[in-house]
Unconditional design. Sequence first.
Length: 434
Amino acid sequence: MTDALHQAQQLLDFIDASPSPSHAVSVIVEKLLAFHFIPLDEKSKWDLQAGGRYFVVRDDSSIVIFVLGHQAIADSGFKIIGAHTDSPGLRIKPNISAGADGFFRLGVEVYGSPILATFADRDLSLAGRISYQDADGGVSRCLVNFDRPLLRLPNLAIHLNRGVNDDGLKLQKQMELPLLLARAVEGQLPQDYFLALLEQQTGIGKAAILSWELNAYDTQKGSLWGANSEFFSDSQLDNLASCDAALQALLDESVLQSDATLVCAFFDHEEIGSESKKGADGNFLPDVLMRIGYALEAEHEDVSRALANSFLISADMAHAYQPNFPNAYDADHKALVNNGPVIKVNASQRYSTESLSEAQFAQWCELENVPYQKYSHRCDLPCGTTIGPITSAKLGIRSVDVGNPLWAMHSIRESAGVLDHHYMIKVMRRFFTS
């Protein structure tokens, strides 16, 4: 249990340092540099060496990491773990609300499908990136994180919303989601006020700030909980927990010496369909794999052979059984917390799993003495999806969809099991070295 607790704490530290997808990739890059990975630029020619460790970042919030094996890629293929860096939440609109009734408020758009009620009465802050005109007249960008309680979405008192406990908290997205920022300052325009805050936080003159991509996040740090600290809770477990498991599996010296070519691909924009230049439905991963082939002077047929010999683990969190709500689950396919990774199956290919990939993942679990579970959604509820079907279809490679059981998926505060994170790291290491 000691190793499992240490790995869980590593995960919580990673999430707490990653309040936006761009921050998550920045933290990942720091870890990779400590292990002597070499950054590559998509605009430059690549010079790759067998055994080399490399990574490519696209637009700050998606990253492809690879360790080039000593075996020919046509024979060994690519061993790929895919996950995503984004989480559902609230994204800030470009124009700041004009001090209605004496307050400055930030208008928001709903990103993905968060449980909106969970954002109420939380100590929220802002993080993301800003773009600005630099000293040379070009456009540069930098990360920003206020890292303190800055915003709030106060609930109505029950005296003004008598049905809230029976009907649930319902928030009208346009009118009732703007976040309170400050009392209006007499004589100051809201946009100028907000730009001054950004200037104070970043040191970039407000006149130079041209645009921003900012999201609201919960400032409460992750924590272990339960009578024996067997659970943990944090924001963004969906899906930074899968990114962290893959990274902890990869950054093991025994794994890094593998003869096969190992790949981790972490994409932004999964929660909104993946259709972007840096999403799983874009050309980022196919381009990187193709360029690996070009750099090795492989023939076109060799790259196609490599893909035919490849395998993808699509790692995204799974719905954990919540015993207070038994009717929400298929009684024969309940995924229990701390009972091991979940193989996700859907006949309509909302998950990419098929019988052979399912059997292969199960075998890796058994070789590591890792328990595993199988999940199928209720037939009368719509099923979510992952990057698995998209990536598998674009590349033409065999894939399995797996994930660890998660309570309160898409809440601002999710919970999962300490042992499950440990188990997932073990089986991912087995996959990389098999």
